[in-house]
Write a protein of this length. Structure first.
Length: 156
């Protein structure tokens, strides 16, 4: 997979990594973070998505990331900082990409609070990318009722 690493890293650029690579691997591949990086706002353990941009901010920096392949453009003020690029926040009324959404974005979905949002992220970490919206049914706590609310509002 190929990703673009930018921000507070030693050698920003495009890197190619193997399947199952994580954000930390991409940052290491570009020489690591600079002393000005705010790595506390970056999920270093998150699995990478092919074609995404990984943004490493400096403290207090708010970065609107570029969209991941097939994702909607981010809304103004969309979270970044190592969040999956762009797909983290849907455009107004647009579907949320289950493969790129961060915790805060998942919490904007009907019936999804912080605990269920974390379970969705945990499922993604354990199983890799969602290949179909129907896989939400495999997430603990998502039954028929919540699935029916979520299905029209999410994409993969």
């Amino acid at each position: 997979m190929t990703v673009h690493v930018v921000g507070q890293v030693r050698r920003p650029g495009i890197v190619t990594l193997g399947a199952g690579a994580r954000v930390a691997d991409a940052i290491d591949e570009v020489g690591g973070a600079t002393g000005r990086a705010d790595l506390g706002s970056v999920n270093l353990a998150r699995l990478l998505v092919d074609g995404e941009q990984v943004v490493v901010p400096k403290p207090g920096e708010s970065i609107a990331a570029a969209p991941a392949p097939g994702a909607a453009a981010p809304a103004a003020g969309a979270p970044a900082g190592g969040a999956p690029a762009g797909g983290a926040a849907p455009a107004a009324g647009g579907p949320v990409n289950l493969n790129t959404a961060d915790l805060a974005t998942l919490e904007t979905l009907p019936g999804v609070g912080p605990v269920l949002a974390q379970r969705i992220l945990d499922w993604r970490t354990e199983h890799g990318r969602f290949t179909a919206v129907e896989e939400l049914g495999e997430v603990s706590g998502i039954g028929d009722k919540i699935y029916a609310q979520l299905a029209p509002k999410v994409t993969v």
